[in-house]
Design a protein around this ligand. Structure first.
Ligand SMILES: Nc1ncnc2c1ncn2[C@@H]1O[C@H](COP(=O)(O)OP(=O)(O)OP(=O)(O)O)[C@@H](O)[C@H]1O
Ligand SMILES: [Mg+2]
Length: 250
């Protein structure tokens, strides 16, 4: 059968009717807890952080995930990275994924910056030799300097973000996930990150960016998915997505 143009470009990410339910435990008195155990009634309330979310992303697309606090943005990225599994529905991804999900995630506080670079790179699938070969670039980009041999528990949140971002962008990957971390760095570092991300985009990387800054996502993304209480409220061109977000606030 002849393939149409659309079917030639296979998506690298498919979210197919994805639902993520968390069980919320209610704080109750001891008596109520015992009673609910005896009566075998539910002590948990199911909460849908994501509710039948579907979308697909083509290679090289840069997608912003927008939405108010608690709308499900980080949950979406955690599902994409494999940190969480969907309660129902399917997620398909093609290629290697590197993510910067939370500031300090994947860092061990008692290890030095240098040791954490190796640890994080290993988590991202890099061998020791690959990490060694890139170590100087990672260090230079992070601007951590002599603090690289200090335990990271002495780092500021900006320093955590710099080192984490630097490892993630120097890892071999096809899909980059960035959750909020760019807002932690100072203006100069943020600009450097933007520059690096534009280079990665030009090289064909696919990106998923969570940010509360309309300016930031307008510069980096062509497409925006707006989440509202775990549902997709809008999916389309970034300017329209930002407008949809701003309309919601009113
Ligand atoms: N492990 C968990 N257990 C229970 N509830 C959770 C868990 N993780 C997330 N949630 C809930 O799911 C909802 C969505 O959370 P999520 O972190 O995805 O929001 P977000 O859009 O990233 O918000 P923010 O802008 O504040 O970062 C929230 O109501 C949150 O309380
Ligand atoms: Mg979040």
């Amino acid at each position: 059968m002849r393939k149409t143009f659309e079917s030639v470009v296979d998506p690298v990410i498919i979210f197919d009717n994805v639902q993520k339910t968390f069980n919320l435990r209610h704080a109750r008195s001891l008596k109520q807890t015992v009673l609910s155990m005896v009566r075998r009634t539910d002590r948990f309330e199911a909460f849908n952080a994501l509710d039948h979310v579907s979308f697909s992303v083509n290679p090289g697309e840069s997608v912003a995930v927008l939405g108010r606090n608690g709308s499900g943005k980080s949950t979406t990225l955690k599902l994409l990275s494999g940190v969480l599994r969907p309660t129902s529905g399917n997620i398909y991804t093609m290629g290697r994924i590197a993510g910067l999900l939370e500031v300090g995630a994947g860092f061990h506080p008692d290890l030095t910056g240098r040791e954490n670079v190796y640890l994080n790179a290993a988590i991202l699938g890099m061998t020791k030799a690959e990490t060694e070969a890139r170590f100087d670039d990672i260090l230079e980009f992070s601007e951590i300097g002599n603090f690289i041999d200090t335990e990271v528990k002495r780092y500021s949140s900006g320093m955590y973000a710099r080192l984490g971002f630097s490892v993630a962008v120097h890892a071999e990957h096809d899909i980059l996930l960035v959750d909020e971390v760019l807002s932690v760095g100072d203006a100069e570092f943020r600009e450097k990150c933007h520059q690096k991300m534009r280079e990665l985009q030009a090289a064909g990387n696919t990106m998923f960016i969570v940010s509360h800054s309309a300016d930031q996502v307008r510069k980096l993304c062509q497409r925006g998915i707006v989440l509202d209480h775990g549902r997709v409220a809008f999916d389309g061109p970034i300017d329209d997505a930002i407008a949809a977000m701003q309309q919601k606030k009113r």
